[in-house]
Structure formats: C-alpha cells, structure tokens
Design a protein around this ligand. Structure first.
Ligand code: NAD
Length: 351
C-alpha cells in the first residue's frame, strides 16, 4: 500500500478495510505492508522513491495499491514524478488499463444510455510516446523560444500493448478491438502503429478489428458508446479518452485503473488525484479505490472476489450510500464500513 498524499491517505485505508473483510469472508489471506512515500517524507527527509524500492517491490510483492500523489507544498511535483512515474517506468508497467463500466444508470451524463451501452476497456500505452521526457527548450524566455517534445514509439512498445488488448479480448470473450491513432497527421510515429496493428490482428481472426482516428473516437464514444468493447491507443490519446470514458461512467470519484506488466509487480490506483481541496475533511469518495482493489484482486486471479467487491459498490450506488460528491451524506469512513459489512455479508450468502 502506498496511500501517498491528500485523500489518498483517506481512501486507501478504506479500500484495505474492504479487502480485509473480503479476505476474511472467503478465507483468503492478504499481507499488507504500508509505505509512507509521499510529500511528507520528501519534505522532512528529502526522500522520494527510496533506494532499492523498485527491486523490493518487484521481488517481494504481488501487487501495489496506490492512492494519489500531489501536495500544494511541493509545487514542482518532484516527489510524484519520482515515485509514480518512477514505478511506472522502472517496473515497466506498459499497460494502463482503464475500465469504463457504468455501475448505475443514474451516473452517466448521456441521455437514455444504460449499463449495456457503457462497458468497455481502454488500454493506454503507459511507457512511451510523448511522456518519455525527451526534448528540450532552446532560447528560453526569449521571443525566439523553441520547445521540442519528442514522441517516442518503439516496435516492441507498440506491439506489446496491441497484443495485450487482443489477448484481453480473447480471454474475456469480447468481440471487438478498436485501435485509435492519428496516422493521417503523425505520419511516422503512427504509421508504425498502423503496420503493427495490421500484423498482430491477423493472429486473432475471431476478433473484429477496427481503426478510428482519435478525434473520431472521441466523438463516437459520446454518440454511441455501445459500439466499443476494447480500445487500444498511445499514451497521450489514452490519457485523454480514458478520462472521457470515466465521465461517461460517473466521473472521477468512481474510476479505477491498473498499471500492469504481466511479468512484474503491477500497480492499481483510483484515477483521481490527491484532491487538496477536500483532503482532511473525511468526505472523499472511496469507491474508485475500492474498484481499483477489485481490479487488483482480479489480476491476482481471484475473479469471484473481484465481482463481490463490484457488487458491493453497485449496492452502495443503488441504495444511495454514497459520499457528498455523488449526492449522498456518508463520510469516507462510513462508506468504507458499509462496504466492508456488505462484503462480510457475502460470506453468509455464499455459505
Ligand atoms: N495518480 C495521481 O497520483 C494523480 C492523478 C491526478 C492528479 N494528481 C495530483 O493531485 C493533485 C490535485 O489535482 P486535481 O485537483 O487536478 O485532480 P483531483 O482528482 O485531485 O481533483 C479534481 C476534483 O475532483 C474532486 N475529487 C477527486 N477525487 C475525489 C474523490 N475521491 N471524492 C470526491 N471528490 C473527488 C476534487 O475534490 C477536485 O474538485 C495535484 O497535485 C495533481 O498533480 C495525482
């Protein structure tokens, strides 16, 4: 567990409470180890990601449950970049999995759309593209200033995320994979995406493939989200359309994500940030963290347990047992307690 900063420190303990209830109900065992990496440690000790941390996580842990990083006292956000981007890059977590699943029809801003329309998985490439930090600024602060940010796409990087998307569709019995790029304008980088996609899809003859330019994808996700099962795209576009997807399914408080490398220790987190504007008030919505825990549990192979966690979240939404951001009046802790009770009750139902 890396709760991090702000509301990360409020929602992760609730998610762990629910996971403990789940473990007890199903006689599973979790060993939680908490790390205090975040703004406080950076400000008091100057430490961001401690030496040896990556090797330790890779060798000694099965998964990481992460809260959020970001603190107004660290305007540079250096600690967040070192810790979160450090883990993503050093553990080579090349898949950013962003499920978009409407758990209650009242939550979508789209008219006349329900759970069957808004159910897709977005895979964002997580280690390359415009986020690698290659570039520079020339003549900074002058009228002639030039800023260059390189878009790095490797054959290996593009191939493994596209293959992951097809493998996921096959594993889940999903019929359609859509690759989205901007190959009409980005004629080098996304030409590679086009060629790799054409090659890889041949190995998945039973899956219907489709290509959409990213601007068209954004429009189509709003116009008719039901046409998508799996979407795969690059780092920058994935960052944007996965947030669009999050809003289709009820917004930031609910959205989970996984940063995955099938051969390494993967990291699961709610999509939201540290929300300094509400931190410490006890009103943060823990559902995103609980749904991220469900992804983690599923990743560890406990599919039925993951579904139980999602059921508990669905029940909370149905019965309006929610925090103020969703129009309820429960505190973070009260909602965590309620969910833990639900999950504990699932034992009785199963027994
Ligand atoms: N993965 C991460 O660690 C991550 C992601 C995004 C932002 N951040 C950091 O978080 C800090 C704040 O960023 P921001 O304000 O742009 O984004 P944010 O997600 O923290 O907050 C955006 C808005 O949504 C609300 N909100 C977010 N999560 C909520 C929840 N669980 N329950 C109720 N309301 C919630 C906040 O109160 C705020 O009004 C910044 O330092 C930013 O860098 C970190």
């Amino acid at each position: 567990m890396i709760p991090g900063d702000g509301i990360g420190r409020e929602v992760i303990p609730e998610a762990c409470k629910v996971l403990r209830a789940m473990a007890e109900a199903s006689r599973r065992k979790f060993d939680f180890v908490e790390f205090d990496w975040g703004a406080e440690k950076f400000l008091s000790e100057g430490v961001t990601l401690p030496a040896g941390a990556v090797e330790m996580l890779r060798n000694d842990f099965d998964a990481i449950l992460f809260g959020a990083l970001g603190d107004p006292r660290v305007p540079s956000n250096k600690h967040a970049a070192d810790i979160l981007l450090g883990l993503r890059f050093k553990l080579d977590l090349f898949v950013n999995a962003r499920p978009v699943e409407l758990l209650d029809p009242r939550l979508t801003p789209l008219r006349d759309r329900g759970e069957r329309d808004i159910r897709m998985m977005i895979f964002r490439e997580n280690t390359e593209g415009l986020y690698v930090g290659v570039g520079g600024i020339f003549k900074k602060g002058t009228p002639d200033e030039v800023a260059v940010q390189e878009d790095v796409n490797t054959r290996k990087g593009v191939e493994r995320i596209i293959r992951y998307a097809f493998d996921y569709a096959r594993r889940k019995g999903l019929k359609r994979v859509c690759m989205s790029d901007k190959s009409n304008a980005l004629t080098f980088a996304h030409d590679l995406w086009q060629r790799v996609f054409a090659e890889v899809r041949k190995e998945y003859a039973e899956i219907e493939w489709r290509h959409l330019y990213i601007d068209t994808l954004a429009m189509e996700m709003v116009r008719d989200p039901g046409q998508f099962d799996v979407i795969v795209t690059c780092n920058l576009f994935g960052d944007i359309v996965s947030d669009l997807g999050a809003q289709l399914a009820g917004g930031l408080g609910l959205a989970p994500s996984g940063n995955i490398n099938p051969e390494s220790t993967s990291l699961f987190e709610p999509v939201h940030g540290s929300a300094p504007n509400i931190a410490g008030k006890g009103i943060a919505n823990p559902l995103g963290a609980v749904l991220a825990s469900a992804m983690m549990v599923e990743h560890l192979g406990w599919t039925a347990n993951a579904e139980n966690l999602r059921q508990a979240v669905r029940a909370a939404l149905r019965e309006n047992r929610v925090t103020p951001d969703l129009g309820g009046n429960l505190s973070t802790r009260e909602l965590g307690d309620w969910l833990a009770d639900q999950v504990a009750g699932q034992r009785a139902a199963q027994a």
